[in-house]
Design a protein around this ligand. Structure first.
Ligand code: NAP
Ligand code: MG
Length: 403
């Protein structure tokens, strides 16, 4: 078989523990034999982050910005226990948060659906893409304890001398708590752009949920900006594809999601997205079936990954010399999605076709009854394969599909 020739570079960020082990198997058996890629490798495993004083993380993120496509293995976000386990200089910052801060953009989570793997919400037969606005709001807020009776104000001082805004928030009758939070028009606009691009690419309708009846200025701003971006840049393209954008009340949207068959992009403000992405992931069945992609507002830079972590429990088994049945599908999709975007950016449809073939082969393998233990448990099936047996089966299916 002749290898498909890659185009511009793909930046690879290696990770830790079982995710790292599975990552290498996937790359060696399902990617490298088929595609000749220009891979720029960064070892973001914890030992190398420590050895480089975490410079490798910044360098890797900068490389993604330069080459526009990154694929990332799950990596440990170290706490004090990890500092001791690995003898670290310190508890380095979350590698994901750092990469996201440098690359920017919106995080989309996409479930991979196999007909024979039951979902906790069984009628979700189509994927739901949860898009989380990862800027501002509660996650960047300033909160205080109010010691007792008194008045709380919101005060804005313009940089260039203009008129101050001073607004009373509340007259506290006694002790309590208070919070100041913010967002930016530019960031909201970027969020709207990413969501609309993904909806268009996927051919799915887009919903934004806010509570603009309660936050008549704050949430209304999200609603207005989305409407503006839709009207000015996307409406015609959406209509041509037979899809649409709608704003819904956040609570009504949650109810709609549960009643629906899936098949939409779910745009969530930062806090809602934190909650909804985990809930939707769990409802679709397994973390091993959840892929994730970070997309910048201009749509020109992406970074893919599996949604799960480094799967420490399985790694302990692996270290003890036992074969594990760790699901490699989300890692495979991290690779296929970055290869597909590379193909799309560079006008190389053969890369997109290969990615599609490998994704289809994963789903077909599972639907033929060959699966790892996590899925077998859900499908109430006795037989399951080890990770390596499963990867070999996917490879068999892929060879058949490609020839
Ligand atoms: P995890 O790695 O997601 O694993 C939690 C459990 O979920 C596993 O023990 C396993 O359940 C199941 N699971 C997850 N992925 C699976 C797969 N591919 N196949 C089969 N089962 C799978 O979460 P964690 O153990 O809480 O976190 C471990 C480390 O990962 C932490 O140090 C954390 O910092 C890091 N983390 C990194 C990322 C990232 O880089 N994106 C994200 C999250 C966490 P069973 O034990 O029941 O088999
Ligand atoms: Mg969370």
């Amino acid at each position: 078989m002749t290898k498909i020739k890659g185009t511009n570079p793909i930046v690879e960020l290696d990770g830790d523990e079982m995710a790292r082990v599975v990552w290498r198997w996937v790359k060696e058996q399902l990617i490298l034999p088929y595609v000749d890629l220009d891979i720029r490798y960064y070892d973001m495993g914890l030992p190398n982050r420590d050895a480089t004083d975490d410079r490798v993380t910044t360098e890797a993120a900068e490389a993604i910005k330069r080459f526009n496509v990154g694929v990332k293995c799950a990596a440990i976000n170290p706490d004090q226990a990890r500092v001791e386990e690995y003898g670290l200089k310190k508890a380095w910052k979350s590698p994901n948060a750092q990469v996201r801060n440098i690359v920017g953009g919106t995080l989309f989570r996409q479930p991979i659906i196999c007909r024979n793997v039951p979902r906790r919400v069984p009628h979700w037969t189509k994927p739901i893409f949860v898009a989380r606005h990862a800027f501002g709001d509660q996650f960047a807020a300033t909160d205080i304890r109010v010691p007792g009776e008194g008045t709380l104000y919101l005060r804005f001082v313009p940089k260039d001398g203009g008129e101050e805004i001073l607004q009373e928030v509340y007259q506290f009758p006694g002790a309590g708590v208070a919070l100041g939070m913010y967002n930016l028009d530019d960031s909201i606009r970027g969020f709207a752009l990413s969501c609309m691009r993904v909806a268009l690419e996927q051919g799915l309708p887009l919903f934004l949920g806010t509570k603009n009846t309660a936050l008549k200025v704050y949430d209304q701003r999200f609603k207005d900006i989305f409407e503006e971006v839709y009207r000015d840049e996307f409406q015609a393209q959406f209509e041509a594809k037979g899809i649409y954008y709608e704003h819904r009340m956040v609570d009504e949207l949650a109810a709609h999601a549960i009643k629906s068959e899936g098949g939409f992009v779910y745009a969530c403000k930062n806090h809602d997205g934190d909650v909804q992405s985990d809930m939707v992931a769990e409802a679709f069945g397994s973390l091993g079936l959840m892929a994730s992609v970070l997309i910048t507002p201009d749509g020109n830079t992406i970074q893919t990954e599996a949604a799960h972590g480094t799967i420490t429990r399985h790694y302990r088994e692996h270290q003890a010399g036992r074969e594990t049945s760790t699901n490699p599908i989300a890692s495979i999709f991290a690779w296929t999605q970055s290869i597909a975007y590379r193909g799309k950016f560079d006008g190389a449809p053969e890369l997109e076709d290969f990615a599609k073939a490998l994704e289809t082969s994963c789903v077909e393998t599972v639907e033929a009854g060959f699966m790892t233990k996590d899925l077998a448990r859900l499908a109430k099936q006795q037989e399951w394969l080890t990770t390596r047996q499963f990867i070999a089966k996917v490879d068999e299916t892929l060879r058949a599909n490609l020839s």
